[in-house]
Design a protein around this ligand. Structure first.
Ligand code: PHE
Length: 445
C-alpha cells in the first residue's frame, strides 16, 4: 500500500518524517476539513490557520502502528531507508484527494539557512510527476534533487539550505484557484523558496505570486525573468572553462556539442553555443521543441532522442531528465566532456555512487564535474528576486554568476587535476563540511 493511499484511508492529510539525530520520527496529521476552500488561502486564512474542526496528530508510535495496520509499513521503511542513505533532514507528504494532488517536500539540509533573517530557510524547485507514477520512484527523484540543492546553494554561496518538492497531479491550469491555493499553503508552511522545474513553469510562478504566495520566484513577470535563461548562461560559461582546460582555449568555434533536451534551459543553452560558433547536434522527445530550435539554428543536426547520448562529439550537454548516465551508458559515450544543465545526470542516489560513476568517466578520459557546481544560476536568480523583489537586477546577479559558474569551474578543474582526483570528489570535499558541521548529525556518529 502506498503511503498517500494509507493517509487518505484514515482521513489524514499529512505525513512527516524528522531526523531527531539518531533516527526518523514519524508524525501523521489531519490539518484540514474536506470542505476547505483552498482558493481562500492567504485571503481568508493563512499558513498559521488550522481549517479543521477535528484536527489530529499521532506520535511516532501511533503513526507507525496506524501505517502498519493500513499495510503501508514496507512503503514507510523504503522511504526511511532512502532518507537515511542521503542524510536528509526531513520530509513532508501532503495529500489532497479531492484535487488529486500529492505533494512531497524533501528537506535535505538547513544548516546554511538558519539565522538568515528570511522566512525561507531552504531553496529548491517544484517538479511535476504523473498522478499515477510509482510513489517510491517519485520519492527517489525528490530525495536526489533535494540533496543536489543543498550542495548547489552552498556552491553558489546562498544562505539557504537545500530542498525540493515533487507534485503528483495532472497538469495545473493557470486559473485553478483551489490547486494553486493548496500548493501555496504547502509552500508557505514548509519555509521554503521554490521555483520552476519540469512541469512547473514560469507561468505557474506568476499565477501563484499574483494571488497566493511570494515564496516562489522565477516567473516571466519577475524582474529577472524565467530562471532557465541564467541557468543556461552559467552552464555555457562552465563549458567554455571545460574547453579551456581540455583544449587550451575556451573558444567553441567548430566544436561539436550534443544537447539532449531543448526545454527551458536546453534551448537557451543551444542558442549560446550556436552564437559561439559550435556545431550543434540536438534531440528532444517533443518534436515541437526541435522545430522551434531549427527555426533559430537552421544548421543544427537533429538526431533521435535515444541516439544523442552516444553521438560522437566534443561536449555532451544533458539538459533533460536526470539519471541517464549509468555504467553501461558511460562505457558507450563518444564525447570528450560531459557538461550540461540537467540535475543529477548520474544514475546514483548517494555521493559515493556519484563518485564511482565520476571515476568511471575519468577512466575513459571524459572530463566531468558534478552538475550542481555549474547549473546553479537559476536558483541564484530566484534567490536574488526573493531577496530584493522588484529591485533585483541583472547587473547585481551577473558578476556573482560569473564568479560561481566560470571561476568556480576553473578552480575546481585545476585543483582536481593537480591533486589527481576527479572534480566531483574535490567539489564534495570542499562543500561537505559546511553542510555537516562535525557535532551536528548522526552522519558523524
Ligand atoms: N529549479 C531550480 C534548480 O533546479 C531551483 C530554483 C529554486 C529556481 C528557487 C528558482 C527558485 O536549480
Amino acid at each position: 500500500m502506498e503511503l498517500a493511499a494509507a493517509l487518505v484511508d484514515g482521513q489524514l492529510d499529512t505525513l512527516r518524517l524528522f531526523d531527531d539525530g539518531t533516527r526518523y520520527l514519524v508524525c501523521l496529521e489531519r490539518t484540514y476539513d474536506p470542505n476547505v476552500k483552498w482558493s481562500d488561502f492567504n485571503h481568508r486564512f493563512d499558513s498559521d490557520s488550522l481549517p479543521c474542526a477535528e484536527p489530529k496528530l499521532l506520535d511516532d508510535a501511533g503513526s507507525r502502528l496506524y501505517l502498519q495496520q493500513a499495510g503501508a509499513s514496507a512503503a514507510l521503511e523504503a522511504l526511511e531507508a532512502r532518507l537515511r542513505e542521503g542524510h536528509h533532514q526531513l520530509m513532508t507528504l501532503r495529500v489532497e484527494p479531492r484535487l488529486g494532488m500529492r505533494l512531497a517536500i524533501f528537506v535535505h539540509n538547513s544548516t546554511l539557512g538558519r539565522g538568515n533573517g528570511m522566512h525561507a530557510l531552504r531553496a529548491g524547485g517544484l517538479r511535476l510527476h504523473h498522478p499515477n507514477a510509482d510513489e517510491q520512484e517519485v520519492f527517489a527523484d525528490g530525495c536526489n534533487l533535494a540533496r543536489a540543492m543543498s550542495y548547489k546553494n552552498a556552491a553558489a554561496d546562498l544562505p539557504m539550505g537545500g530542498c525540493k518538492m515533487t507534485l503528483q497531479s495532472s497538469p495545473i491550469p493557470l486559473d485553478d484557484g483551489p490547486r494553486l491555493g493548496f500548493l501555496a499553503r504547502c509552500i508557505e508552511s514548509a519555509r521554503i523558496l521554490t521555483g520552476p522545474d519540469m512541469g512547473f513553469t514560469p507561468e505557474h510562478v506568476d499565477a501563484l505570486r499574483a494571488q497566493y504566495t511570494l515564496q516562489c520566484t522565477g516567473g516571466n513577470l519577475g524582474p529577472l525573468g524565467p530562471t532557465g535563461i541564467p541557468t543556461a548562461f552559467g552552464v555555457f560559461l562552465a563549458i567554455r572553462e571545460a574547453a579551456r582546460h581540455t583544449f587550451g582555449s575556451p573558444e567553441l568555434t567548430g566544436r561539436t556539442v550534443a544537447v539532449q533536451g531543448l526545454g527551458f534551459v536546453g534551448r537557451p543553452l543551444a542558442e549560446h553555443l550556436a552564437t559561439a560558433g559550435a556545431k550543434l547536434v540536438v534531440a528532444d522527445i517533443d518534436e515541437r521543441a526541435v522545430t522551434r530550435l531549427r527555426e533559430l539554428v537552421p544548421n543544427a543536426t537533429v538526431v533521435a532522442p535515444e541516439q544523442v547520448l552516444t553521438t560522437p562529439c566534443d561536449v555532451l550537454a544533458p539538459c533533460a531528465r536526470g539519471g541517464q548516465l549509468d555504467e553501461a551508458t558511460i562505457d558507450r559515450l563518444q564525447c570528450k566532456m560531459v557538461f550540461g544543465a540537467a540535475n543529477n545526470p548520474l544514475k546514483a542516489s548517494t555521493q559515493q555512487g556519484e563518485i564511482n560513476l565520476a571515476r568511471r568517466l575519468a577512466k575513459r578520459g571524459i572530463l566531468f564535474q558534478i552538475d550542481w557546481l555549474h547549473n546553479t544560476a537559476g536558483v541564484m536568480s530566484g534567490f536574488e528576486e526573493y531577496l530584493r523583489g522588484s529591485e533585483a537586477t541583472q547587473e547585481h546577479l551577473r558578476p556573482r554568476l560569473e564568479r560561481v559558474c566560470k571561476d568556480g569551474t576553473a578552480e575546481v578543474l585545476r585543483t582536481a587535476a593537480a591533486r589527481g582526483i576527479t572534480p566531483t570528489e574535490y567539489a564534495y570535499e570542499k562543500i561537505e563540511t559546511r553542510l555537516f558541521p562535525r557535532d551536528r548529525t548522526h552522519r558523524n556518529a
